[in-house]
Design a binder for this molecule. Structure first.
Ligand SMILES: Cc1ncc(COP(=O)(O)O)c(C=O)c1O
Length: 386
């Protein structure tokens, strides 16, 4: 049955626990399990390898990202741990093609860690015809974010996946900004979808985590092996908190979208704002692609304010409901300055090439009342222009 998004979020992996019938998966706070004999156990030996709370979260993530086709979720202690595990599919001498607007931590991993192991990355806008130009014999992975962090660019996942797969590459999509409620990359042809569950999935800015979801049996086995072999697993309490967040994911996403859509529409009429990046705006260069692959356009907006970085600093300082903080996707509104915060690890020229400027601020629009958020933005815009 193709359920609605809210039903799916509420019921994902909600199998009553066998001993007590507990409605929600309990927190199995243990590092090991008693065995009957050296080789006889109940399927659980050691908690890095198996933990029932983590398994419930993994099942829930697979159900959300792939409701109609069997898939497997594999969880990690952070989004970066999930990204690292996927990168460990590669070997020295392999090559990655990635979109040029990516979370700064991902770029840092690719350029400062993977490069030491002989894995090179080429960044590209991936506009038409570009893949042919930058493809190499040793290219193994196409790495996408869509929408991207922080420029909210949209990549055509279906089209790029078919091009990449025709060459035998693995297609990875970081779906953190959209969440499975708004976009399901596996249905669009991606091989691996991953999340920083720290963001919308957890949804309350109280837990860090990551997850990788796949359908292909060989990839699943390889990632399961890496989860255990490298060992960057999340703790059971963190899994419980993330699952708790999932119950309201669809409800929260609708409100994030309502608020962000309304704010961007209103911002288009403000003279203090010189650039608005939001895939839901008809003026967004890839609005038509966003419409074809996303249910709605999400809660993230990036803007530039008249007066550049100085005005942006005044704007952020004047906001009362939007706190200045790293991260995104929680119920509360946040503002971030990618240039000095989330994307500071990327070399300046690379940031500029991608289209980032020191005046850009990224808003994670929360689920507060729209008129309160708007009043806050208006008073801060007025201060930014003084
Ligand atoms: C798009 C994206 N992917 C991955 C990550 C990394 O996730 P984590 O902070 O949970 O390690 C982030 C963090 O901001 C992100 O924004």
């Amino acid at each position: 049955m193709d359920e609605g998004e809210s039903t799916r979020s509420v019921h994902a992996a909600m199998d009553p626990e066998e001993v007590t019938g507990s409605v929600q998966p309990p927190i199995f706070q243990t590092s090991t399990y008693v065995q009957e004999d050296f080789s006889v156990h109940k399927g659980y030996e050691y908690a890095r390898t198996h933990n029932p709370t983590r398994e419930a979260l993994e099942k829930a993530m697979a159900e959300l990202e792939s409701p109609n086709t069997p898939a497997t979720g594999i969880c990690f202690g952070s989004g970066m741990a999930a990204i690292t595990a996927v990168s460990q599919l590669l070997s020295s001498g392999d090559h990655i093609i990635a979109c040029d607007d990516l979370y700064g931590g991902t770029v840092r991993l690719f350029d400062q860690v993977l490069s030491r192991y002989g894995i090179e990355t080429t960044y590209s806008k991936l506009s038409e015809g570009e893949i042919e130009k930058i493809a190499q014999e040793n290219t193994k992975v196409l790495w996408l974010e869509s929408p991207t962090n922080p420029l909210l660019s949209i990549h055509d996942i279906k089209q790029l996946s078919s091009q990449a797969k025709a060459r035998g590459w693995i297609v990875v999509v970081d779906n953190t900004f959209a969440s499975p409620v708004l976009q399901r990359p596996l249905d669009l042809g991606a091989d691996i979808v991953l999340h920083s569950t720290t963001k919308y999935i957890g949804g309350h800015s109280d837990v860090v985590g990551g997850c990788v979801i796949m359908r292909d049996k060989e990839l699943i086995e390889r990632l399961k092996f890496l989860q255990n072999a490298a060992g960057a697993v999340p703790g059971p309490f963190d899994c419980f908190l993330t699952l708790r967040g999932i119950r309201t994911l669809a409800l929260r996403m609708e409100r994030h979208c309502d608020n962000a859509e309304e704010i961007t529409e209103r911002l288009t009429k403000r003279t203090e704002v010189t650039r608005i990046l939001y895939p839901g705006l008809i003026s967004h260069p890839n609005h038509h692609v966003a419409t074809s692959q996303m249910r709605r356009f999400g809660g993230m907006i990036s803007i530039e304010i008249e007066g550049g970085e100085t005005a942006a600093r005044k704007f952020a300082a004047a906001l009362k409901l939007f706190s200045t903080a790293e991260s995104l996707g929680g119920v509360e509104s946040l503002i971030n300055h990618p240039w000095t915060m989330t994307h500071a690890a990327i070399p300046e020229q690379q940031r500029r090439n991608a289209g980032m400027t020191p005046g850009l601020v990224r808003l994670s629009v929360g689920i507060e009342d729209i008129e309160d958020l708007w009043a806050d933005i208006v008073q801060a815009l007025q201060i930014s222009s003084q």
